[in-house]
Design a protein around this ligand. Structure first.
Ligand code: ADP
Ligand code: MG
Length: 206
């Protein structure tokens, strides 16, 4: 069997874990040897299960890092599924590449962006090297449109990129209802626009 790297990405509540579980179950029906992993950092619901927000679950092996994962893959394993892949460091890239080269089907699910809208951890490169990418959407909690962003509720004071939480801390939002003001990225753009408009004598209320 030829190896392949598949990625399912999107915001929280978009069905990434459901999709991972669906693909894994189909492999199990086909009697392929599957191993499922998740990083130890994600200890929501259950220490050793991958659990979706609608309570589907599948047994998984928690691993502390990418090399720990690699060491636990048996030679006979045909399919390796990894949930919450955004929490791994860059070493996950060489590990999934090695597994695919060995002939494994590697199914990765993870957040493409953090709560500020920035690409999450190894995801940009993982998306680039993947053979297939599925970007899935949740439902915006404000307007019901397709949501591609994860909004951290303003009452949550923790500003770390990693804060494991549920609907108490996060909501799925569309672009229009996300509006996270990222100073670092947007101030240079504002300055540029202000300057351009001034030069063209258009500046009124920038
Ligand atoms: P992910 O792994 O992407 O966070 P899950 O697969 O765990 O998502 O959960 C998807 C499920 O979450 C949906 O089938 C639905 O039951 C539930 N859900 C809760 N809030 C939302 C929302 N805002 N949009 C879509 N699904 C939601
Ligand atoms: Mg999930």
């Amino acid at each position: 069997m030829q190896g392949i790297i598949e990625v399912v990405c999107g915001p929280m509540f978009s069905g990434k874990t459901e999709e991972l579980i669906r693909r894994v179950r189909r492999c199990q029906i086909a009697r392929q040897k599957v191993q499922i992993f998740k990083p130890i950092i994600d200890n929501r619901y259950h220490a050793t299960d991958v659990v979706s927000h609608n309570s589907q679950s599948i047994e998984a092996v928690p691993v502390k890092d990418a090399f720990d994962l690699l060491q636990r893959v048996y030679d006979s394993t045909r399919v390796v599924a990894i949930d919450e892949v955004q929490f791994f460091d860059e070493n996950i890239l060489s590990v999934v590449t090695k597994l695919a080269r060995r002939g494994c089907r590697v199914i990765c699910a993870g957040l493409d962006q953090d709560y500020t809208g920035k690409p999450f951890g190894p995801m940009p490169t993982l998306l680039a090297i993947a053979d297939t990418v599925n970007k899935v959407h949740a439902i915006c909690t404000v307007c019901g449109e397709a949501a591609s962003k994860t909004y951290r509720r303003p009452e949550v004071k923790n500003k770390n990129q990693v804060l494991v939480g549920e609907t108490d801390s996060y909501e799925a939002r569309c672009r229009a209802h996300f509006d996270y003001f990222n100073e670092e990225e947007e101030l240079p753009l504002m300055e540029f626009l202000a300057k351009t408009l001034k030069v063209n004598n258009l500046a009124t209320n920038v």
